[in-house]
Design a protein around this ligand. Sequence first.
Ligand SMILES: Cc1ncc(COP(=O)(O)O)c(C=O)c1O
Length: 337
Amino acid sequence: MKHIEALDAPYEFTPDDPVDHAALQAAHPAFADFAAKLGNTSLIAVPGPPGGAQVLAKCEWENPSGSVKDRVAYAMLARAVHEHGDLPLTRLSVLEYSGGTLARSLARLCAGLGVRARFVLSSASPRSLLDDLAADGASVVLVDRDAGFIAVIRTALDLAARDPDVRLLYQHRNPANLAMHQRTTGAELLGQLAGRAPAAWVASIGTGGTLIGTLRALRARHPDVRAIGVTPDELPYGSPEPPNGLPKYAGSGGFGDGVRQPFVTLHEHEVEHHTVSYPQCLTAMADFHERTGLRIGSSAAANWLISCRIAAGLTPAETVVTVFPDAGTPEEWRRIS
Ligand SMILES: Cc1ncc(COP(=O)(O)O)c(C=O)c1O
């Protein structure tokens, strides 16, 4: 049995990136093609509360497979391929658990590279996701939805511990996740804000990579920016309740049983936590679409609602920045119309 760190073991972050990205992209055209379309997403002004701060959002559906997780898929896979050395990529086999969005992105990239991919997912995963993964040649293990996402993670850790030939990417503890958001999402935002200091940074927490990685980049230039984390009402960050199979907005959530996301524990006393229910997100998706003509996903809707709540307590001269992780799945949009 391989030793794999427990999800809630104490976490320390080392920011160095050992990967020479230019060399890696030169050696593997699939990385170069993906990287060429990755990041540098638009920052747009979105409707905010009357008389409150301006709300700006980063449009992550512009990434190659349509979500913020493309950044993390690229970064974690780049590190895995770098550590695989000169061996052929057909001998690399990666395993990861996912709420869905990361798996879609990783499967696409792995197919292009010729790397074998296996995913552990909840049995609540939508048909469109399973079809996309099958089309990219990935294999899938499903875990009963009522056991919650933590059971999905534990199943993956268990499979990885028993299989010496598989490499677990482990998004909740992989430093490449946090480092990528610091180096790209955060750095892009600083450039787009052009010296303007944001009053608050709002992001939904799945791994917390987006929230914390970007926060670290923003704080390096604007130390007073508030950090606002968003999780579902049905299972908030750090909840002592047991895990549950209730429908929640996409890609985010507490684990239950008091377990906390390792990245968020790095800034435990600095993050203000807010929650949004799934029905509120679906209503906000419809409302946002009606007001702007744009389709945003349920976690984007959660971020928008909380950004508006924070902006309502600020002045029009101030700015709240947030992220729209994706544009929503076909299943989410069917629930609305
Ligand atoms: C749609 C969606 N929104 C938000 C998130 C949260 O991102 P992070 O893992 O960086 O906290 C995820 C993560 O999977 C996601 O899939």
